[in-house]
Design a protein around this ligand. Sequence first.
Ligand code: GZL
Length: 324
Amino acid sequence: MFKRISALVLVGVTTLAMAGCSGSGGSGGSSDGKIVMGFAQVGAESGWRTANTKSVQESAKSAGVELKFSDAQQKQENQIKAIRSYIQQKVDVIAFSPVVESGWDTVLNEARNAKIPVILTDRAVDSQDKSLYKTFLGSDFVEEGKKAGQWLVDQYKDGTDQVNIVQLEGTTGSAPANDRKEGFEQVVSADPRFKVIASQTGDFTRAKGKEVMEAFLKANPKIDVLYAHNDDMALGAIEAIEGAGKVPGKDIKIISVDAVHDGMQALADGKISFIVECSPLLGPQLMDLAKKVVKGEQVPDRVVTEETTFTQEQAKDALPGRKY
Ligand code: GZL
């Protein structure tokens, strides 16, 4: 009798455990019924990325999602390897921030064939086949570029002279670099006074931003404005500008994107002139979407994160309460 009861209990427990990880394809869910997410992160190139990683990891913990996490060191081949490893491990859902827009169809097809749903977070891919992923959660980078351009146009609305702009672009081929450039140039090109006299990637890092800005300063005697696709490159550029004996925020106006702590501090100090926010706090929404996707529930094709902009005064007010 005892043996029969204990066998029934064992079956019951096993069934319950399996129920929690009934992802549409991943049968490799954790033994305690948690959803298992494979997350392939870009790298650790900026303050934004660090805050994004923290948000994903903390949200997974509080959502009861078992997180497998990889850092691709900004290399696409490492992200593809990580995604293939998650497919092998039969996770319930895969999420990643594509370091560049192109070159994902093959591995995303492999995930679909393995019946493992994919969520894009932060950055987009240029795949024509939208069925390769369930949803894209992240900012509208074209809009961010437009906000940056509009602030500049407003600053010079009464001016008449030519305005020489240099641009520090993000990682070549990445959605934020492509779209922030597109949005900004769409706005400023409407006024012939605005000239982008130099534009080059600083790969979203402080070191590269400084190096490229040093080259810009050597080659261009008159620079009025720097448009940096993220705060880390802007902060590197500030070092270069000061090294050249100029005053950042005064001799050269600086527009940046992200609004991470160090960027906001430089804005409050007047070294940066304007920042367009790009929120890295995508973790909670990502976990909600993952749970729905694993259950086979409908989710929106696109979830755009809410964000704002900051002037110097607004940065001073916002700094004490910032989460990153
Ligand atoms: C934008 C994100 C960008 C940030 C950079 O969503 O992909 O990558 O703007 C980060 O700081 O490196």
